[in-house]
Design a protein around this ligand. Structure first.
Ligand SMILES: *Cc1c(COP(=O)(O)O)cnc(C)c1O
Length: 222
């Protein structure tokens, strides 16, 4: 019999704790975000029933369609943020991980203030050549300071997507750059690590991993 989503969730948490202990960190120090894009609602609900507290989505329309069917969870926007979607994103999500430029921050701030909300955000930095989005690690401090001055937003840390490669050295170098940027810029959350590179991310100091495939199985075609 194949593993259920609930069993996979528990096995992943256990594996993450094992990795944390192996590198001298405390078990439980990493938050697992289940990335729900193009996954069936039943799988997402099964993971939440097993204890998953955090769900990530890349697309606003998909989120708006799916979220009402879910039990209460913290909802993370992890996709590229278009400023004309700022209001919809602010309404549908509890946290935005992908702020990579001042225009996006200001659009979210206006939307959050209009809704009487203070929206936690992460600054997405670009640490891999193939990645299209994210601000430069060198520019992260200025963007974080910008965000800290906005009453509708709360700066919480750094997010990055690792390079699409099997080269562990390259992955580790990219994550170490993200970790150094996080140390310099501040915050409480370093969101690095996905299904294929979460071990390197945990070793580099990740406090939040985002996993789709490893938790829910392969995504449905768009
Ligand atoms: C799709 C996606 C993930 C999850 O990817 P998996 O490889 O399925 O774990 C994590 N973060 C972001 C930003 C994504 O777009």
């Amino acid at each position: 019999m194949s593993e259920t989503v609930g069993q996979r969730y528990r096995r992943l948490l256990w594996a993450i704790d094992e990795e944390l202990v192996a590198c001298g960190r405390r078990p439980g120090d990493v938050t697992l975000v289940g990335v729900a894009k193009r996954q069936p609602i039943a799988s997402i609900v099964a993971a939440i029933d097993a204890g998953l507290h955090d769900v990530g989505e890349n697309y606003v329309q998909e989120a708006i369609r799916k979220f009402p069917a879910l039990p209460p969870v913290r909802k993370h926007f992890i996709g590229h943020l278009q400023t004309n979607k700022a209001k919809a994103v602010t309404q549908a999500f509890d946290l935005v991980q992908s702020v990579d430029r001042p225009e996006a921050a200001h659009a979210l701030d206006r939307a959050a203030q209009a809704l009487g909300k203070r929206l936690p955000v992460l600054v997405q930095i670009n640490v891999s050549p193939a990645e299209r989005f994210g601000c430069s690690p060198a520019g992260a401090g200025a963007l974080a300071d910008d965000i800290r001055a906005l009453p509708g937003l709360s700066f919480e840390g750094i997010m990055a997507i690792g390079p699409l490669t099997a080269d562990q050295g390259e992955i580790s170098r990219a994550f170490s750059l993200a970790a150094k940027t996080f140390d310099r810029v501040g915050g409480t959350t370093l969101s690095i690590g996905m299904s294929d590179d979460w071990r390197e991310a945990v070793r580099a100091g990740s406090t939040m991993v985002r996993m789709g495939t490893a938790l829910f199985g392969r995504r449905e075609n768009p």
